[in-house]
Design a protein around this ligand. Structure first.
Ligand code: FAD
Ligand code: UDP
Length: 372
């Protein structure tokens, strides 16, 4: 078979690797000047810079952990972000260290009582219908106001009451002194960066990679070039020229600065949870690899959320009801009008996939595609 894979991100590259392993020919086209999509890292002064925001690999799926470890050795980094709320510092995710700093409570019972007391006056529905209700019913008013509301509304550009509740359930909420941002048993950062993973996936005589090549500049050519199938990992609404309307996305602007200091903020990730600071997070990349790179040099990236339009990169799908319904219409259109195109990955499937889920989705496609 001859496959065209549009996009050299983790989804497209995993598929290409598995297809080539089975003897198929794959052409990968990528509109950017580099491979890897959002997981692309670049070595600057010995520091592996996460060019599209902090990427921490974490999973509860042992098979996916073993799979990704074929392509890189991982360190034992544990993500423990710090929240800065108008100069007050708190541990994340929400745990006994956070509660102690907020209220001076020392035991889980004292913390629980404090949260219950705050929730009591709120008259919340038994089943939360949006992110605000979900956060208040989990954590009470202080945590919501200091650590969630400002960050969330900056990040998504809309009120917390207009967002789906699952977004906040991504974060652990626990009554132990444990600052691990994730509950998953497997976690780490690939030593030497993420780009090597994609390089190894795409290194095959059966795979050719064309950079700086936008599918939409040659759409007719690609649709008529004799590929048996096209794996499309760009935006599904763009594929159909937005004919049913635009899906909504959230975009980001990354501002990266090199500094002549050894250690700027003492942690890899610091979240700014107030509503006035225009950025959500500051990443200091060297801490992902425990201080790698030259002495007296560090690189930090500030992450500014911004509205998406057709000139911007779509980083996050906005999975509210309206968009989910529109997305379903595009899936129906794809089933009737684009039978030899498979839509995959975070943009093709309009899903808030973490890296492990992206790999899993690609491997599911592989099993389906090569089952005979
Ligand atoms: P992408 O990486 O977006 O790849 C799609 C590729 O297709 C891109 O290279 C794009 O340029 C290319 N493309 C698009 N349209 C065209 C076209 N028309 N022609 C040619 N090429 C095209 N996951 C975690 O597990 N842990 C984290 O800590 C984490 N942090 C994240 C932080 C941020 C800021 C973001 C945005 C995501 C984060 N993720 C994280 C999610 C992770 O980035 C994704 O799961 C993964 O990168 C998705 O891979 P993909 O191949 O689906 O998409
Ligand atoms: N969040 C928050 N305060 C924080 C960190 C996260 O309110 O300090 C909320 C916010 O709504 C965010 C969601 O939790 O979008 C999920 O956070 P996560 O860190 O998983 O976001 P991602 O890394 O995917 O951007």
């Amino acid at each position: 078979m001859k496959y065209l894979v549009v996009g050299s991100g983790l989804f497209g590259s995993t598929f290409a690797y598995e297809a080539a392993k089975r003897g198929h020919n794959v052409t990968v086209i990528e509109k950017k000047s580099h491979i890897g999509g959002n997981i692309y890292t670049k070595n600057i002064d010995g520091i592996n810079v996460h060019m599209y925001g902090a990427h921490i690999f974490h999973t509860s799926m042992k098979n996916i952990w073993d799979y990704v470890n074929q392509f890189a050795e991982f360190n034992n980094y544990i993500n423990s972000p710090i929240a800065n709320y108008n100069g007050e510092i708190y541990n994340l995710p929400f745990n006994m260290n956070t509660f102690n700093k907020l209220w001076g409570v020392k035991t889980p019972k004292e913390a629980q009582n404090k949260i219950d007391e705050q929730r009591k006056s709120l008259n919340l529905p038994t089943t939360p219908t949006n992110l605000e209700e979900q956060a208040l019913s989990l954590a009470g008013t202080d945590i919501y106001n200091k650590l969630i509301k400002g960050y969330t509304e900056k990040q998504w550009g809309r009120k917390a009451s207009e967002l789906p509740s699952f977004i906040i359930r991504r974060l652990p909420f626990r009554f132990t002194y444990n600052n691990n941002y994730f509950n998953d048993p497997y976690q780490g950062i690939p030593i030497g960066g993420y780009t090597q993973i994609i390089e190894k996936m795409l290194k095959s005589d059966l795979i050719s990679v064309e950079l700086n090549t936008d599918f939409f500049d040659y759409k007719d050519k690609y649709l008529n070039s004799g590929y048996d199938k096209i794996i499309f990992t760009g935006m599904i609404d763009q594929f159909f020229n937005y004919k049913l309307g635009e899906l909504e996305y959230r975009s980001l602007r990354f501002e990266t600065e090199e500094m002549d200091v050894d250690n700027y903020q003492g942690n890899a990730v610091v979240n700014y949870t107030d509503s006035k600071t225009p950025y959500t997070r500051v990443i200091e990349h060297k801490h992902f690899e425990f201080g790698s790179g030259e002495d007296n040099k560090t690189i930090v990236t500030r992450e500014y959320p911004q509205n998406w339009d057709r000139t911007k990169e779509p980083y996050y799908p906005i999975n509210n009801k309206k968009n989910r319904e529109l997305y379903k219409k595009y899936v129906n259109l794809a089933n009737s009008e684009a039978k030899n195109v498979i839509f995959g990955g975070r943009l093709g499937q309009y899903r808030y996939y973490n890296m492990d889920q992206t790999i899993m989705a690609a491997l599911n496609l592989v099993s389906h595609e090569f089952s005979n």
